[in-house]
Design a protein around this ligand. Structure first.
Ligand code: NAP
Length: 264
């Protein structure tokens, strides 16, 4: 029986990289997306091909759900139950940047509400639902060899001030509290939680600021002088998923080329 992983926002970017990495390790997958059905279908078929190339047989399902919407979250969980009957890994990846960057002296409440709903409320309540299911599973039919895990993709913006997207920074700072909260609550059930904090990763989200980041990286912003890739993040999630950190929980893993280092 393959472990089952639900990845939010897996149609593109980092979520897609995570899906591909888990496919190669033999996870059955739910590829969630918000609007881009074609990208989600493409990711699903690429995951199946990746698994086959790695000598694994996996099942991949695609499911549209806006994580900010309560009834959509309910249906996503229900779909996962019906199709797979179990859950071993939740990856809270779905997230958005502000539609337009605005100085914090001008920024409006509509963008703030949108980011808080998608980037904080969605993952918090989806985690609550999945955590209840994982507890139920751990009590009735625990899977030998792969204890359930919850991985949340935050950002260096959780602690880095960008004054032209304060709503994003606030949302990611709030999201960072999800992992210690659920780590503390779920450890007694053998459920681990982790936060992955990506740095500057080449995806659609960062395309609009590519030239700015190219220059910053060339000038030494990150000790490892290159853009991160979705595969860099996928590898970190895969390491957690294959149980490489059995005595850790609530841990933050920086996937940022060393951005977080203070260097003198
Ligand atoms: P992206 O390329 O814009 O992809 C976003 C993904 O999230 C897409 O699959 C999108 O689905 C999905 N999504 C958006 N809103 C959703 C919603 N309401 N419900 C469900 N799915 C939704 O972004 P990315 O760069 O891969 O970012 C992924 C995560 O990493 C985000 O949480 C982001 O904050 C975080 N992050 C990114 C970077 C970076 O440098 N790129 C750095 C640190 C952290 P559709 O395809 O259907 O639109």
């Amino acid at each position: 029986m393959n472990p089952v992983a639900l990845i939010t926002g897996a149609s593109r970017g980092i979520g897609r990289g995570i899906a591909l990495a888990l496919a190669a390790e033999g996870h059955d997958l739910i590829v969630n997306y918000a609007a881009n059905a074609a990208a989600a279908t493409q990711t699903a078929s690429d995951c199946a091909a990746t698994a086959t190339a790695a000598g694994r047989a996996i099942r991949v399902e695609v499911y549209q759900a806006d994580v900010a919407d309560r009834s959509a979250r309910d249906k996503l969980v229900q779909f996962t139950r019906e199709r797979f009957g179990r859950i071993d890994l939740l990856v809270n990846n779905a997230g958005v940047a502000p539609t337009t960057r605005a100085d914090i002296l001008d920024a409006d409440e509509a963008s703030f509400d949108r980011l808080m709903n998608i980037n904080v409320k969605g993952p918090y309540f989806l985690t609550q639902q999945i955590a209840r299911w994982m507890i139920e599973q751990q009590t009735s039919a625990p899977a030998a060899g792969h204890p359930p895990k919850i991985v949340t993709i935050s950002s260096i913006s959780a602690y880095t001030a960008s004054v032209n997207r304060g709503d994003y920074c606030l949302a990611k700072a709030a999201l960072s509290m999800l992992t210690p909260l659920f780590a503390a609550r779920l450890a007694e059930y053998g459920i681990q939680t982790f936060e992955i904090r990506p740095g500057i990763i080449a995806t659609d989200m960062t395309q609009a600021v590519q030239a700015k980041y190219d220059a910053l990286i060339a000038n030494g912003l990150t000790p490892i002088r290159r853009w991160g890739t979705p595969d860099d993040v996928g590898r970190a999630v895969a390491a957690i998923a294959r149980n490489a950190l059995p005595f850790s929980t609530g841990e933050v893993i920086n996937v940022d080329g060393g951005f977080h280092l203070r260097i003198l």
